[in-house]
Design a protein around this ligand. Structure first.
Ligand code: AMP
Length: 301
């Protein structure tokens, strides 16, 4: 089944950027990922929300064809993250992380969810990533993402995840923190030694470095006139990437990964143009295709 299973945060975020502030807007790694990947493939989302989570925010995914039966609503408050960007839009400073309902989350996959071929373990507690990984049957491709918090407080669990995935996506600074190296190329080599067949190191406006055992591939980000809020760009990138692989029914060949990373880059360029999911939620296939053609002109001699 070329369907994508994603586990990750479903959140309300409070975000400050040089363009302004947004209080308790919809966010979370699984939301950005699902909206992006749903442009290409059937997505099934696994996560938990509290009593305060708006029905309209569940409908946003359902209206895009995402299977929301793996979303649990429990008593308590939805995960909340507060972050700010000061000067450097490539790096969020976390002000507060309130796990709330995620603190006691124990994901239980249905038989259909266990059979998904593509699995994305979006940024979330690595113990939850492992729980999902232990339940899926024989996926074709598993990718994961993470962040500094989990490197700081759950490194052993995180290393167990990384050892078992085919592809890791990670921010540049976090890759250096994880590997205790000082540049992205050195970090990518260390990460490949940890287990994955491929790694994508995300570098904000500078794009990414993708590395496999065969070599490297780099692309800049799509230049956009104004970056309003970079939150979710990484998860959106992953959604575009996994969506492409699932749609074309691909496993990890370097050539296919390049195309998948191109798709991720184009998709992420929409997210940063407005706060939260505001731009991504109205994206059409034709918006995506038009921008992809513009990007190809920008990067071709
Ligand atoms: P990014 O693509 O890295 O900008 O991801 C931003 C999203 O990550 C935000 O919408 C947050 O809700 C979410 N987030 C922030 N911290 C965490 C965390 N510790 N665990 C899971 N999700 C998080």
């Amino acid at each position: 089944m070329s369907d994508i299973l994603v586990v990750g945060s479903l959140a309300y975020d409070t975000i400050s950027t040089p363009s302004g502030r947004a209080d308790r807007i919809l966010g979370g790694s699984a939301n950005y990922f699902s909206v992006a990947a749903s442009q290409f493939a059937q997505v099934h989302v696994i996560g938990v929300v509290g009593q305060d989570y708006d029905e309209a925010d569940i409908r946003l995914l359902a209206d895009k064809g995402v299977d929301v039966t793996g979303m649990q609503r429990v008593s308590g408050k939805t995960f909340h993250w507060e972050g700010s960007y000061k000067g450097d839009l490539n790096e969020a400073v976390t002000i507060e992380t309130a796990l709330n309902v995620f603190a006691d989350f124990d994901p239980q996959l249905s038989e259909a969810h266990k059979k998904c071929d593509y699995v994305f373990l979006a940024n979330i507690d690595p113990d939850l990533q492992i729980s999902v990984l232990n339940q899926v049957k024989s996926p074709k491709l598993v990718a994961s993402d993470t962040m500094n918090l989990w490197i700081d407080i759950k490194k052993n669990s995180l290393l167990k995840v990384i050892e078992r995935v085919d592809l890791l996506t990670i921010n540049e600074n976090e890759s250096k923190l994880l590997t205790r190296t000082t540049n992205a190329i050195a970090a990518s080599k260390e990460i490949l030694r940890m287990g994955p067949k491929a790694v994508v190191i995300k570098r904000g406006e500078y794009g990414f470095v993708m590395a496999t055992h065969e070599g490297y591939f780099i692309l800049p980000a799509m230049p956009v006139p104004e970056v309003i809020d970079p939150t979710g760009a990484g998860d959106t990138f992953a959604g575009g990437l996994m969506g492409y692989l699932a749609k074309t029914n691909q496993s990890l060949s370097t050539e296919k990964l390049k195309q998948a990373c191109l798709s991720g880059t184009v998709m992420a360029s929409f997210t940063i143009q407005d706060f939260g999911l505001n731009r991504l939620r109205s994206l059409t296939a034709s918006d995506f295709e038009t921008r992809k053609q513009e990007f190809l002109k920008v990067i071709t001699l």
